[in-house]
Design a protein around this ligand. Sequence first.
Ligand code: CA
Length: 230
Amino acid sequence: MPKVLIVEDEEPLSLLLKYNLEAEGYQVEVCARGDEADLRLRESLPDLLLLDWMLPGLSGIELCRRIRGREETALLPVIMLTARGEESERIRGLSTGADDYVVKPFSVPELMARVRAILRRASPEVVSNLLRSGDIELDRETHRVRRSSKEIHLGPTEFRLLEFLMTSPGRVYSREQLLDGVWGHDVYVDERTVDVHVGRLRKALNRGKAKDPIRTVRGAGYAFNDQFAS
Ligand code: CA
């Protein structure tokens, strides 16, 4: 189980991040002060750090500099959380050694995708490439999907959609959240596009009498139904 340390003094934000990371199976610790985080990192190391820019005690930027300067933490993956409009600050953030940064307010699904991408690169041994639910198996590395051991051929969008839904089984996503998480929030596509791709995904997955793993929630969106196999 990958460990993530969140260093953030805005409690609603750290709670939101904690909730979402735990839902994806991460072990999460939260710290609201930069100096406390510095001490904690000397005791135990997480697999990834989400680090706010402006913190009491010690700024995120200074903490990042210290992390990079110590041998034990030099390679620790760091994603910086910065406020909008701190353009030059962001550049400083990257030059200080952060692996990535997101600008507040950010899309949570997009941040989750970046966390996964960075962890997969930095410590592939802690991130499982295989998602399994019922008789469906998705391999993130080879991009293969199988149902009851039979290979299912999906287009790239349907693959990402299934991956996204399978990451949080049972959780209902609105079309807007799916657009954010699967297409990215910079891309303009109509919400009906989501329905089209969900339709294609269902068609590919549900051959014969196989149960439909995707649940349509009227007025809300879609979810991966983790009960479909039972
Ligand atoms: Ca802050």
